[in-house]
Design a protein around this ligand. Structure first.
Ligand SMILES: Nc1ncnc2c1ncn2[C@@H]1O[C@H](COP(=O)(O)OP(=O)(O)OP(=O)(O)O)[C@@H](O)[C@H]1O
Ligand SMILES: [Mg+2]
Length: 819
């Protein structure tokens, strides 16, 4: 735990890897153990005191501490950060611990690339240990939280004022203090927080900090911190004066040598700083070898000087050290040799991907242009298509074909500019943004860098992430990309950026304009079978340690998986399920039950369970209020469920599921239509007065707008209000008018194919779409029954089961939720 010995300090400085996990790995999961309600998981620390209101990174060195922090993170409970009386003890006994500590809320749990574990903790409240408990794999204690009542009295306010003044004075004496620290000190208004904050930032000995932590009387606490601070200021002044005098009388290196000696003497006096010299030397060497541009090298040396002057125990020391590690480890001048061989590239693309001819051709053109004119500004490619159609894996192939490294960053859910461009270093726990993290991971400055999920980029209040991305992608600007954390420019101009997105519409306009969009369509059933036969089966055999002699899977079985177990545009689930089949076989083969197995469609039930998709529809529509609709998407159709439910209320219509305006209107129209003919439908008018109707259309990836869900909305609502279930084998599409007519819609072919894929047997279409019947492929036409709708009553008559009266009775006593 952040102790002073060199190895640990090093480990602590290792910056968190980009793949830092929010929570510990799933495989460490075990049965939850029971803890008494007032018990707390304790993480013993050797030389750190966490104060309430302060955020600190802790490195976890000892296995027990890692287990403790993981357990707490899993339970979403704070840990108790408790100082050891004896810092050397590796497995401290209760009597080697102090009794007062601070509850630390876990903000982030990070497993760094080098395997070290860290937590970023927010100090919440002081606590006192009542008793340590035995029988846990880590330290656990029953504790009592220490409440700190409002402490504002004239006495404490006056002391706070004085403390702030002194603290600012001390900060002025320190070299290069971040301005944020100054403003934080200026703005603190609570006396107890003020004392804690200053104690936390000051480079005090751990025992001194512990003493401050244990001083609960705020007035006495302030006095003690002021006393410690005064002493510090004296030292700092002394050091400044020595510097002043010697600077006057000495020159150059001699002066520096003497200053350094004096500094060492002072630090020694304070019991700090021995052994830093070797570390500094090491860093100096690393800086010289990092191949930095002159501006960066200068900055690195400046920071190194600061580090040298800093006592090791200071919180800032670790910040500077981490920063230097980032500067040293970035590939400032490391390049993969760009060897583009078009024939070889074609071979690699074919080796990894089936079909996609047009796309492969475009990629080869792109590479050819790049080969002929390496310094030219080539366009940025953006692969757009549904999940699992090979966007990411095409990117990997491009990297392989060009001999570059491959890295990716997901932009999904990024709504803060800082995630792209990093946080300023003055912010505790700050790190560079996604881009620089990716570059460091790549280890070269010309990788293929995939920006995934560009359509899921958020826009937040902390700066717009898309404007930061624009800069990243702009060839005019990206040679001097400035990450907030690094605060020096990094040259991204050699990086080959590739974007990916599921839908084009989600990508912010200016970003879209900067890229060349390549659309990847969804695969047909035949293509999927072919991809599985040629690629996925081989890959999954290998992944599960099997040979083609041991295990086989028939084409019919593959087709059955495609049809009955997956409903996707791409092949990701297909690959996963083929994997499950082989895993199952691997067990049987390893146990010696069999030597060779060939899987046919009849074997799937035993391995993968019942067919999934018929079941999904059946399950969803097993309650009143759900109807199966059909959606058209730019990449093929899909089925979607319209779910309606009734909650106590006053007749409002609630719509959720990210519906577009037109779709919302069609829900409104469906409800009005029902109200206007409540009598005919056998629905009591009073139902509308005392309830709100909630219509939800789940499934995030389908764009949901347009009027074509009108019939499904109407059917779902009638189903809800009459208590009659919709038939699970039936899906529908069609716009409705307020007079109850069913109007024609577009995308009939794709919708019918989607229904077919999903195992639907009956499709209800607007009668006025009969002209589109010809477009529907024969196979689907033969398998499906078609119901042609003139009016909405045709829809309810054909789709809903059961009788009116029975349904109306069921619906009368108001259920909290019927859908
Ligand atoms: N045409 C193809 N030939 C061979 N394998 C393919 C093909 N298309 C996809 N795959 C395989 O399918 C899997 C999923 O593809 P990938 O991860 O690239 O999808 P994606 O388009 O990036 O999806 P997402 O939008 O979810 O990120 C990969 O293992 C990939 O190799
Ligand atoms: Mg992907």
């Amino acid at each position: 735990m952040m102790q002073n010995d060199r190895n640990h300090v090093r480990a602590e400085q290792q910056p968190a890897a980009p793949h830092a996990a929010q929570a510990p790995a799933a495989d460490t999961r075990h049965e939850p153990m029971s803890l008494p309600p007032d018990a707390l998981i304790i993480v013993p620390v050797r030389n750190i005191v966490l104060f309430p209101g302060i955020v600190l990174p802790l490195s976890l060195g000892r296995p027990k501490s890692i287990a403790a922090a993981q357990e707490a993170a899993r339970r979403e409970r704070p840990i108790g950060v408790l100082l050891q009386r004896e810092p050397e003890a590796d497995d401290p006994a209760p009597e080697q611990m102090y009794r007062t500590g601070t509850l630390g809320g876990i903000l982030r749990y990070v497993t760094a690339q080098d395997g070290t574990h860290h937590v970023v903790c927010q100090g919440e409240q002081r606590f006192r240990v009542l008793e340590f408990l035995d029988g846990y794999p880590f330290m656990v204690a029953r504790i009592e939280r220490i409440e700190e009542p409002d402490d504002r009295t004239p006495e404490t306010e006056a002391r706070l004022f004085h403390l702030k003044e002194r603290a600012l004075e001390a900060l002025q004496l320190l070299p290069q203090v971040p301005p944020e620290l100054i403003s934080t000190v200026q703005s603190v208004s609570s006396p107890s927080t003020g004392a804690d904050m200053v104690a936390s930032f000051m480079d005090l000995k751990p025992e001194e900090k512990q003493e401050v932590l244990e001083t609960l009387d705020v007035r006495r606490r302030l006095d003690r911190v002021i006393e410690l601070l005064n002493y510090r200021i004296e030292i700092l002044k002394l050091s400044r004066d020595i510097g002043q005098q010697t600077r006057d009388s000495m020159e150059g290196r001699q002066r520096e040598y003497i200053l350094r000696e004096q500094l060492k003497a002072i630090q020694k006096e304070l019991g700090e700083g021995e052994g830093t010299a070797a570390e500094i030397q090491e860093l100096e060497k690393a800086i010289a070898e990092a191949g930095m541009p002159p501006e960066v090298e200068e900055q690195a040396r400046k920071e190194l000087k600061r580090l040298e002057r800093m006592p090791e125990a200071a919180a800032e020391y670790s910040m500077v050290r981490t920063y230097l590690d980032w500067l040293i480890e970035l590939p400032w001048s490391k390049l993969s040799e760009d060897a583009i061989d078009i024939t070889e590239a074609r071979r690699i693309l074919d080796e990894d991907h089936y079909g996609l001819d047009k796309i492969k051709r475009r990629i080869l053109e792109y590479l050819a242009v790049r080969k002929l004119n390496p310094t030219g500004k080539s366009p940025i490619l953006c692969f757009v298509g549904p999940p699992g159609v090979g966007k990411t894996s095409l990117g990997q192939s491009i990297a392989r074909a060009t001999g570059r490294k491959f890295v990716r960053a997901s932009l999904g859910g990024v709504h803060d500019e800082a995630e792209i461009r990093g946080h300023r270093r003055t912010y505790i726990g700050a790190l560079p943004g996604n881009i620089i993290q990716g570059i460091r991971k790549a280890g070269t400055r010309n990788p293929v860098f995939m920006l995934d999920e560009m359509d899921k980029l958020g826009a937040g209040f902390h700066g717009d992430p898309s404007s930061a991305l624009l800069e990243v992608l702009d060839p005019e600007q990206n040679s001097t990309f400035r990450d907030n954390y690094l605060a020096v420019p990094f040259d991204l101009s050699q990086v080959m950026f590739i974007g990916t997105a599921n839908v084009l519409d989600g990508i912010p306009g200016p970003l879209r304009d900067r890229m060349e969009v390549i659309e990847l369509p969804s695969y047909t059933e035949d293509e999927k079978v072919e991809i599985a036969r040629r690629y996925l089966v081989r890959r999954q055999l290998e992944a599960n340690g099997l040979t083609p002699e041991q295990a086989e899977i028939s084409d019919e079985a593959i087709r059955a998986i495609v049809r009955d177990y997956t409903r996707e545009a791409g092949v990701r689930n297909l690959e996963r399920l083929i994997g499950s089949v082989f895993r199952n076989l691997a067990v049987r083969i390893a146990e010696g039950q069999v030597e060779h197995v060939r899987i046919g469609p009849e074997d799937l039930h035993g391995i993968l369970g019942p067919r999934r998709f018929e079941d999904e529809v059946a399950m969803r529509t097993s309650v009143p209020g759900v109807a199966t609709g059909l959606a058209w998407t730019p990449v093929g159709g899909d089925i979607l469920f319209v779910e309606a439910t009734r909650v106590p209320g006053s007749g409002k219509l609630i719509l959720t599921g990210q519906l577009g305006d037109v779709m919302k209107e069609s829900a409104q129209a469906a409800l009005s239509l029902i109200k206007s003919r409540a009598g005919e439908l056998g629905i009591a008018e009073s139902l509308f007065e005392k309830s709100d109707i909630h219509v939800h259309v789940p499934a995030g990836a389908i764009p949901k707008d347009g009027p074509s869900a009108g019939v499904a909305m109407f059917t779902a609502l009638v189903s809800l209000l009459t208590g009659r279930c919709a038939r699970s084998d039936t899906a529908m599409t069609g716009e409705i008018s307020l007079r109850g007519l069913v109007l024609p819609v577009g995308g009939i072919k794709e919708k019918v194919l989607a229904a077919h894929r999903a195992g639907i047997r009956r499709v209800m279409l607007p009668a006025r779409n009969r002209k589109d019947f010809e477009d529907i492929p024969e196979s689907a036409r033969n398998d499906l029954e078609f119901v042609w709708l003139e009016r909405v009553d045709d829809a309810t008559a054909a789709a809903l089961s059961g009788s009116h009266t029975q349904g109306a009775e069921r619906a009368e006593p108001m259920p909290a939720s019927a859908g």
